[in-house]
Design a binder for this molecule. Structure first.
Ligand SMILES: C[S@@+](CC[C@H](N)C(=O)[O-])C[C@H]1O[C@@H](n2cnc3c(N)ncnc32)[C@H](O)[C@@H]1O
Length: 232
């Protein structure tokens, strides 16, 4: 771990000045060291994890579940969740609750979240470690049945992490996103365990999202491959 000494305001100003001079071509070994020091914590280290994260992670490994979300994706989900302090959140594909824990960690105390999965054993793990959070409603249901039964509901944030809302019933789920709301998908970069035909499904999804006039879309070749779409 690298521990940086706190800098005074004058040090910060001096560094801003010297770095902008360097960008104009000025060279100074001393300044280069300062630049390195400034850049050194721009890495993918996550310093703060959700409280229940470690326990869920251990239980997930013991359960043999292999489709858990990436830590970087989780951290981004948490940051974006904080942008909707009173938001209604929907997660399609709870798994054991890892991504759920990240989202809850970003949510405000008055926000609420519904998370749906059809596997009761996975949900049991989420329930054990997150079930005490009053903001969370864990639902054991088939994705298709749940979406069809809840048509017309509106959410500020949807993390679609199962077939439905991603490769199936996309239109129905995008309709559930409020104006200004976020639709988020991960696992868009090729993975070794993809079954035959999955690559085409992913390409079709990305193309369909990019073609939409009612969402602004950003693709990120980072973590497992993220698409963030915000409804206009
Ligand atoms: C990629 S995993 C979710 C991972 C989870 N979000 C996490 O962070 O660990 C996909 C999930 O979809 C669930 N699933 C698969 N088919 C489903 C269906 N028809 N309806 C609801 N959930 C389904 C699986 O049980 C699995 O937990």
């Amino acid at each position: 771990m690298i521990i940086e000494e706190p800098m005074s305001q004058s040090q910060i100003l001096r560094i801003s000045f010297t770095t902008s001079r360097q960008e104009n071509g000025a060279q100074s070994p001393g300044n280069f060291t300062i630049r390195q020091r400034l850049a050194v914590n721009m890495n993918e280290e996550i310093l703060q994890f959700p409280q229940a994260y470690r326990q869920i992670d251990e239980a997930t490994k013991l359960s043999g579940f292999t489709m858990a979300s990436d830590v970087l994706t989780g951290a981004l989900l948490r940051t974006l969740s904080s942008s909707k302090p009173y938001g209604h959140f929907l997660e399609l594909g709870t798994g054991t609750g890892l991504s759920t824990a990240w989202i809850l960690d970003g949510m405000g105390s008055d926000a609420s979240m519904t998370s749906v999965d059809n596997d009761p054993q996975l949900l049991e793990i989420a329930q054990t470690f997150l079930g005490g959070d009053k903001r969370l409603n864990l639902v054991c249901a088939d994705g298709e049945a749940w979406i069809k039964a809840n048509e017309g509901k509106q959410y500020d944030f949807i993390f679609a992490d199962t077939w439905h809302g991603k490769y199936l019933l996309l239109e129905e789920v995008l309709t559930m996103v409020k104006q200004g709301g976020i639709y988020f998908v991960d696992d868009m970069l090729p993975q070794r365990n993809w079954p035959d035909g999955h690559k085409q499904k992913v390409e079709n999804l990305v193309r369909a999202l990019e073609a939409r006039k009612d969402f602004t879309v950003t693709k990120q070749r980072w973590s497992t491959g993220i698409v963030i779409a915000v409804k206009k």
